[in-house]
Unconditional design. Structure first.
Length: 229
């Protein structure tokens, strides 16, 4: 079964972007993933093909029109389309690895990329868009956020990452940040690799890594420890 992403955007040329390369690029080539970028402007109805207008109530900037965006959404997702509909938005629920994993088990996703000041609230309500944020900072448009979300999903799809094992231990997967990594050379600018990692004692290595994970998480992201079930 392939994962089908439809992205509504004013900049379809930004897709598949970096996802056309490396692991995701190969998944697209194999047909395991499709990313279909739909131009919102194609659904504009006036002579100037306008997609935005000034905010009701005044203020700076422009707002994406409800009618144009709704027409694009309705075209891209028939009523019986089971795919979740997400709007990339700084006001949304912060994206987590848990949500990414959930999304990766579905048949696909519809992503709406905002621009300008955002989109008319009525289309968010009527088309039941789930608002998702990729972090507490502002982007100028939803496209990079959509690429981030798709990247996170695609790497979890079956057959995309070579080493299936590297799933469970990675950052966030077990509620912790990952331990530090080392590789050759054995000596780098007078610094050796921590001895335990070259000791051959697998149990000791596992213990050391877990301790490192915990210490890092405590120091950098104590909020993750609070969140653990
Ligand atoms: N005026 C809005 C910001 C609009 S930014 C506000 O203050 O909330 C323009 C578009 O960029 C948004 O509609 C959204 O699609 C995207 N965007 C900006 N920051 C984002 C973030 N942190 N996560 C996801 N999308 C974001």
């Amino acid at each position: 079964m392939s994962f089908r992403a439809t992205v509504l955007t004013l900049f379809p040329q930004m897709f598949p972007g970096h996802l056309g390369h490396s692991l995701a690029g190969r998944a697209i080539e194999r047909g395991d993933v499709s990313i279909d970028a739909v131009q919102i402007r194609d659904f504009a109805t006036d002579r100037h093909r306008s997609v935005d207008d000034t905010p009701a109530g005044g203020g700076a900037g422009m707002v994406l029109r409800a009618d144009v965006l709704a027409a694009a959404i309705d075209h891209a997702t028939p009523d019986d389309d089971p795919r979740p509909r997400l709007l990339l938005s700084p006001r949304g629920t912060p994206l987590t690895q848990k949500r990414v994993r959930q999304l990766s088990t579905g048949s696909g996703i519809l992503l709406v990329c905002g621009r300008f000041e955002g989109v008319d609230q009525r289309v968010i309500d009527s088309r039941r868009l789930e608002e998702v944020s990729i972090g507490d900072y502002l982007l100028s448009g939803g496209e990079p956020a959509a690429l981030v979300l798709l990247d996170a999903i695609i790497r979890l799809l079956p057959g995309v990452m070579g080493n299936a094992e590297s799933g469970g231990e990675e950052s966030f997967e077990n509620g912790l940040l990952e331990y530090p990594h080392y590789t050759r050379p054995a000596l780098f600018e007078d610094k050796p690799i921590p001895e335990i990692l070259t000791s051959g004692d697998h149990q000791a290595v596992r213990r050391w890594r877990h301790e490192q994970s915990l210490a890092l998480t405590r120091a950098r992201r104590p909020d993750l420890l609070d969140r653990k079930p």
